[in-house]
Every structure is written in structure tokens, then in C-alpha cells.
Design a protein around this ligand. Sequence first.
Ligand code: ZN
Length: 430
Amino acid sequence: MLTRRYLYVPMAAILLLASTTSLAQSNNLTAIRCGRLINPVDGSVTQNVVILVRGERVETVAAGVAFKLPDGTKVIDLSNYSVLPGLIDAHTHVLLQPEDERGAPPVITKSQAFRTVQGVAAVKKDLEAGFTTMRDLHSEGAGFADVAVRDAINQGIIPGPRLLVSTYALTITGGHMNNAGLNPDIAIPDPAALTDSRDAMIAEVRREVKYGADWIKLYATGTLRHVDPVTLESLSQVSLEDVKAVVAEAARWRRDVAAHAYGGEGAKNAIRGGVRSIEHGMLMDDEALKLLVEHGTFWCPTLSVYLPETAEDDTEFRRRIVAHHKDVFQKAMKMGVKICFGTDVGAFEHGTSAREFLKMVEYGMTPLEAIRSATIRPAQLLRMEKQIGSIETGKLADIIAVEGNPMNDIKALTRVTFVMKGGKVFKSPK
Ligand SMILES: [Zn+2]
């Protein structure tokens, strides 16, 4: 016999009963009916699953027909969708917009206040695209505005992903994220912190932590303009001892270091010096890839941001960079490098990070591995694997739904229809 407290009934009956009890007092419980649940932990795909969410956390995940549904439970019907954990983009720039990549740098054309307003709009788009957590790797001239955006999200003032931010990045005079080609007689702030000695690097780590950095970003190599057009050698910006000093200082404050590094000595110094992740890495050689495996260093390849966006970008040099990137990515997969989904979104339209999945799969990654790279693996990178990355009892209820099945068609991840972050719904099917 059915009672209203303990039900062991088929799915349809659960939903029927829930709808008849919708006027009951709220018990802070939400039942999400999933057509198909993708579990990146074991790679399983299960039909007809109910996820029970209490407050901000997952209480139970139950497949099959037997399930108990207390009175007052709110029901969300995602039976026409594929459900998976909230996605994690481990390399973003919420204060950056595509137009900032063209023409005069934004430190010249925009106030930090205006960039912050743009950032508020950006994080909403990124969240609605299914990204419930993002590591932001440099405000690129917007100072500590990333801290402000993160705090506003955490306080519920604005919608956005759970952010881990790195504020300024450490660079050297003449290196990456300097304003190049400007009149030296005009004082214009550089986007990154110029740290030309080890002492200056250590002091900058302290300053960033003091003002709210969750991560430290280090430019271990230069950018494309520093790459030798013939040999493709990148500019090394740091010695092994420099990296060790930055990593040790960051560790004192319980922070990790992410290194922008294309390849060459700069990348190897970063890996040997103990950074937690290498960003981009498209010019790494086999020795650097071996070092990544040996040191357990994570790698965010950011494949799609280096593709030429315009005919003007489509140079022989750029084509060589992209070809190298693909080659390194395929080798890294074979070698078992811990590849994390990271996009550099901001350099391209916010809300379109999922385009990176298409490139990863085109280059030979299975859809399941691509999903893992944006869920369980970056959760480990961020040392948040007990909180996020999978839909399991006790974890934060970061849950998304997409149209179609991403295990057969990775493009499904560009069709996010439902987003829950920490038990709160931010997007629902129309
Ligand atoms: Zn970046």
C-alpha cells in the first residue's frame, strides 16, 4: 500500500504524486528526472534516473523504478535531455572581450569599471552555456575586478559560475602582456605585473593573495610575437629557480601556480619547478610531454583560440602553430597527460566555450574523455574533487542538461538547456 512518506513506485507514479503534493510545504528537496544521465567517473550512461537535491547538494542518485519521494519535493522534468555534471572551464578571462584582442589594448580604450560591467554580462553567458565553475587566468589589465566579480557571484548579487581568479599575472619587462609598440614617453599601465627579479616575483605573489587571488598565474614564456618564425622557439621568461620561488611562495599561502608556457626551456622550467598546470603548450617537445607525465602536471591546451579567425590571421606561421598544437595534443593523449578543458574564452565570445570540445574530438579524443576533461579532471586540478566534477551524494549540485546525446554527438554540448549551480536553477528548458 502506498503511503505519502515512503514510496516504492514506478517513475511515472513518482511524478504524478509529486505534482499532487506541490502545495505541500517545501522541504528544500528537488527531484530531477533525467532522460539519460552521463557519469564521467565510470563512463556509464543510465536511462531514467532521478537525482535528489537537498539545498545546495546532491542527496541521492537513483536509477530504476524504486525511489522514495517525500512530500513537498519539487520536480524538474529533464526526461527529454541528457544530464551531466556542470562543466568546468579551467582557462578563462571574464574581463576580456573579443574586441579587446583587436586594435588598441583595453587598458587604453576602456575603464576598469566598464570592463567590470562587461564581465558581469560575460559570466552570465558562460554560466548559461553550462559552465558552473571557471578558473580565470588573468584580468589582463582590469586589475582586481575579477575578485569583485567572483565575490558578487558568491554573494548572489549576480549570476555566474563559481570563479577561481588569479588577478594580475607575473611577467617580465618586454615579455608577454606588456604594451608593445607604444610611445615609451607615455605612461600606460601594463596588463600584467612586471616582476624582473625573484624578490619582485615573491612580493607580487603576496600582493595578489592579499587582494583576493585564488591562483597565481605566471608567464613562463612569451606570446606569439616572441616565437621565432623559423625555429618556432618560444621566449623563456623564467629560470627553474624563479619558478621554484614562485611556487614555494604561492604554496605558503595555499595557492597553486598556472604557467602560460608555449614550449622550450620556459615550459620545462615551469614543469620542473612545480607549477600545477601548463597553459597552451602547443610548442612542447617530447621531453616536455614526458615531464608533464612524470610530474603529474595538468595541461590546458586551449586548442581553438589559436585557430585563425580571419583571413588576415590565416598566415603560414599560424598554420604551423596550429599543426604543431594538434600534433602535441595527439601525443599527449597517447602518453596519458592529464588534459583539462580550457579555452581562453574572452578572446572569443563568452558563452561559446563548448566549441573547444569539437576541436578535441576532431583531433581524436573520445566524447567521454572530452567530458572528463571538463568535469572530473579539472575538479582535481582545482583540488575541488570532493565538491564538484560529478553528480554524487554529498557533492555540490552542479547539474546541466543538453539536447541530444553528447556521447554520440559532441555538438550536443553546445545546446545546453538547463543549468543548476549549487542547487539553484539558472536556466530551464523553454
Ligand atoms: Zn589566457
